[in-house]
Write a protein that binds this ligand. Structure first.
Ligand code: PAF
Length: 293
């Protein structure tokens, strides 16, 4: 079936309704485009779970702060469509800003509590923008399995909360982070990095891997696990927004001894590029295999 492209919400909704009426199970991958192998892996997971894959491509202005990179965020609709067509995706929804935010729009979806820390503390309003656009997209696509990467760990938890709290008929599927060969988490923003900044950015997966090594050796002190990551990242980054050890489900910061699982999440700036990454001790493999020793 050739790839269809919808730019209006009503057309995307009608196409999804039609597919469901024909018995298709829909899987949905929301994106901001500039697709890399990490996104394409999400598409592959979506394909395994469905007969009809929808990918949205929309650089959502409401999740960018005034001093953030909305204007220079990479955009390549033609290239993205070619990649999705080669992947046998059925529908791309690529609306304009006006199609998603009509003049006079006043409704904001806000998920409380789990948005207070981590990126929420450093990007005011970001998760309101994410929750609002994701709620709108889910309303357009309708009942589906929606696939998100775990690199945006806090976003994944926010979306799970949103769906549970608003009784949305959407199953959220979280997919492990896809990494470059050297361990850097794949991100559309990696394209901004100079070679030197990219090399310094590797301090994040190295730090997270060092925490795995300590954890495997029996270390359970949240402070010491955090310090192992912070030490490496602080040496290399131009600014560190946070290195946080938190409960994987509630995202509340941990102190004292951690339990069986603990999230370590990092956000740091290299040049003009802000990178985020995370790992769950007791659950994930280290970002750099063997890099933990
Ligand atoms: O993760 C992203 O690319 C975006 O935050 C999302 C979920 C597509 C909402 O704009």
């Amino acid at each position: 079936m050739p790839l269809e492209i919808a730019s209006e919400a009503a057309d995307a909704r009608a196409r999804c309704d039609e597919a469901r009426a024909q018995g298709a199970r829909i899987a949905f991958v929301p994106t901001m485009g500039a697709l890399h192998l990490g996104h394409l892996h999400l598409v592959d997971v979506a394909k395994e779970r469905s007969d009809f894959v929808v990918v949205s491509i929309f650089v959502n202005p409401t999740q960018f702060g005034p001093a953030e990179d909305l204007d220079r965020y990479p955009r390549d609709l033609e290239g993205d469509v070619a990649k999705l067509s080669a992947r046998d995706v059925q529908l791309v929804f690529a609306p304009s800003v006006e199609a998603m935010y009509a003049p006079g729009a006043r409704t904001v979806v806000s998920v409380k509590g789990i948005t207070d820390g981590l990126c929420g503390a450093h990007r005011p309003g970001h998760f309101d923008g994410v929750a609002t656009i994701v709620a709108k997209l889910f309303d357009i696509v309708g009942p589906c399995a929606a696939v998100f990467g775990r690199k945006d760990y806090q976003q994944l938890q926010v979306v799970k909360r949103l769906v549970a709290d608003l009784n949305m008929p959407v199953e959220i599927v979280g997919v492990p982070t896809i990494r470059e060969e050297d361990g850097l988490a794949m991100s559309s923003r990696n394209a901004y990095l100079s070679a030197a900044e990219r090399a310094r950015g590797l301090s994040i997966p190295r730090g997270l891997s060092a925490a795995h090594a300590l954890y495997r050796g029996g270390e359970r002190s949240a402070r010491d696990l955090r310090a192992a990551v912070a030490q490496l990242v602080e040496k290399s980054a131009d600014r560190v927004d946070y290195v946080t050890v938190a409960a994987p489900d509630t995202l509340s910061e941990l102190s004292g001894e951690i339990g069986e699982r603990a999230l370590i999440a990092v956000a740091a700036q290299f040049g003009r590029t802000r990178l985020i990454d995370n790992t769950v001790l007791g659950e994930d493999e280290p970002p750099i295999p063997g890099g933990e020793t």
